[in-house]
Design a protein around this ligand. Structure first.
Ligand code: ATP
Ligand code: MG
Length: 547
């Protein structure tokens, strides 16, 4: 974990560049491909890119890397924008790599004119076969020496739609024996007669990643282009393109992608979970997507803190999921109003409390926050408590209800269990208790001493609710290490629904985005599936790390 005070290696690079006067200000970009929803890994990239620019007074562009017409959709664009803003960042400019298509085409022509690109009629299999292996050099083919004029004409014809998909590609002419396989005459343009989410049918040739990304950085004069480690071998090509096109020298830096325990973070696989209905959509609260964790109740503050805590590494590692939960608890503890909700109700009848009588019990919303105020909970003769707060034969240190044993009702009175009523099957159906009027919370003159405090809800005033409890989506710690189908690793118990739950009446006013601590149960947030007649709450995290 990074020492909070020391600089991470990217900050060191930036500080050094600024000190040496290499740049007056810095520019970074966050470049999502709009082919899915953002996940926690993207949050790390967002915090890094925007964080650097905020810290050193530069700017960050949001650039959609939309050069692949087949997988991209406008729906994703809107969600990505929403997620970045929700995380708390604002981009300088909203840009699209597809807006650079005319410019990228010109760049390709420039390479051809310099004798540094050629049209190749080989099939993709032939190209792969001629490429050699890491230990064997590749071979030049007959197309490699096409005259410049012919390349210019063919490339223009490719653009004009004269050729079918896969019949020709444009390749950079570098070195078929290069030690870096990516430098062995990489394909930089391919023919694809496909509709693009922004450019429609204007283009039928599309640039490859390596001929779009660096060039887009350069067009935007990005100073520090930060990406994940798998792009290390691409850096040489990134630089080759910039040098030979003689364009603005953006520079690429790589950091370790975020991997988390029991989590899978690849848009392609997450899409599979969605399409095969293994989860309930991209924003299923079990998903590591930003829309999923938002719906689950994680706050942007806790995600930013998490990204800060994990730091920036140069080597791949696996971050414990519990660290994210820790960050969530830290923040939720400060902002969440406390509420009482009974998950597994057992009725208590207070036999010495007058029938028809009610009184209001003031109780603090949140002692961890200033001015969180007080609410008043109705108290009466009949209450719901948790079934597990009663035991017929309790072990020694059980401080809750048992025959003859006393407990304090939080913000209420001390009660004693006199009798458990059972049905024919021998199950306890209600408890008959006595309350001690002089034990009222805050005004206790009873002299009674009890160790246990439990939560409760008045039967008459209780609001029915549904509770959704989540566990990890996968049972395997390192999902990157698996070799079989990830579906074999799904946790069958990742969602548990409790449908006979009673909440204190104040929760009828809960709004989307409100965070609550349900006493002893964890942190919760209202789910958008809720309707006025049916409250549904998601558990964000438990109060403590489970063993
Ligand atoms: P995925 O494999 O999930 O599709 P990606 O890298 O293809 O991810 P992009 O939309 O291309 O997704 O990524 C946008 C930016 O987010 C890139 O700069 C990428 O390096 C970064 N990024 C993606 N996944 C992670 C991760 N797990 N940790 C850190 N950064 C990530
Ligand atoms: Mg990608």
């Amino acid at each position: 974990m990074a020492d909070e005070k020391s600089l991470n290696f990217l900050e060191e690079i930036v500080e050094n560049d600024l000190k040496e006067g290499k740049y007056k200000t810095i520019a970074t970009r966050f470049p999502p491909e709009p082919n899915g929803y953002l996940h926690l890994g993207h949050a790390k990239s967002i915090c890094l890119n925007f964080g650097l620019a905020l810290k050193y007074g530069g700017k960050t562009n949001l650039r959609f890397d939309d050069t692949n017409p087949v997988t991209e959709e406008t729906e994703y664009v809107e969600n990505i924008k929403n997620d970045v803003q929700w995380l708390g960042f604002q981009w300088a400019e909203e840009l699209y790599a597809s807006d650079y298509f005319p410019q990228l085409y010109e760049f390709a022509v420039r390479l051809i004119k310099k004798g540094l690109a050629y049209v190749d009629d080989s099939t993709s299999d032939e190209i792969a076969e001629q490429k050699g292996t890491p230990t064997q050099p590749g071979r030049n083919n007959i197309y490699r020496n096409r005259p410049i004029e012919e390349n210019l004409r063919l490339f223009a014809e490719m653009k004009d739609g004269k050729y079918p998909d896969g019949s020709k590609v444009l390749r950079a002419k570098i070195d078929m024996a290069h030690v870096n396989m990516l430098m062995r005459d990489p394909v930089i343009y391919r023919i694809k007669h496909a509709h693009h989410h922004r450019t429609g049918d204007t283009w039928c040739i599309y640039p490859m990643y390596d001929f779009a990304h660096g060039q887009s950085d350069s067009i935007e004069q990005i100073t520090h282009s930060i990406c994940t480690l798998e792009f290390v071998p691409h850096r040489e090509l990134y630089n080759w393109c910039i040098e030979n096109l003689e364009i603005y020298p953006s520079q690429q830096y790589e950091f370790a992608r975020l991997n988390m325990t029991y989590t899978m973070m690849s848009k392609r696989k997450l899409l599979q979970l969605v399409n095969e209905k293994l989860v309930n959509g991209w924003d299923d609260p079990r998903m590591p997507t930003l829309s999923g964790v938002r719906r689950r109740g994680f706050t942007p503050e806790s995600l930013r803190e998490f990204c800060e805590k994990i730091g920036v590494a140069k080597r791949d590692n696996l971050i414990d999921l519990s660290l994210l939960e820790f960050c969530a608890r830290e923040h939720l503890n400060k902002i969440s109003d406390r509420r009482m909700v009974v998950f597994d109700p057992l009725k208590v009848v207070i036999t010495n409390y007058p029938e028809g009588q009610e009184e209001m019990m003031p109780t603090e919303n949140n002692t961890e926050a200033e001015n969180a105020g007080v609410r008043h909970m109705p108290f009466g003769r009949e209450l719901w408590i948790e079934r597990e707060d009663y035991m017929e034969n309790p072990p020694k240190k059980y401080f809750r209800l048992a025959p003859g044993q006393m407990v304090r009702l939080k913000s209420g009175f001390i009660i004693r269990c006199d009798e458990a009523i059972k049905n024919a099957a021998g199950e306890v159906t209600e408890l008959h208790c006595t309350y001690f009027p002089e034990s009222r919370s805050g005004h206790d003159t009873s002299g009674l001493h009890v160790k246990g405090v439990i939560h409760w809800v008045s039967v008459k005033h209780a609001v029915p609710a549904e509770i959704r409890l989540y566990d990890k989506l996968f049972v395997t710690e390192d999902m990157n290490a698996i070799e079989d189908d990830f579906k074999n690793h799904l946790n069958p118990d990742s969602l548990k629904v409790l449908s006979k739950v009673y909440a204190e009446p104040e929760l009828a006013n809960a709004k989307l985005g409100d965070h609550f601590q349900f006493l002893r149960m964890g942190y919760f947030v209202l789910d958008p599936d809720s309707t006025p007649g049916k409250l549904i709450f998601n558990r964000t995290v438990t109060l403590r790390e489970s063993k």
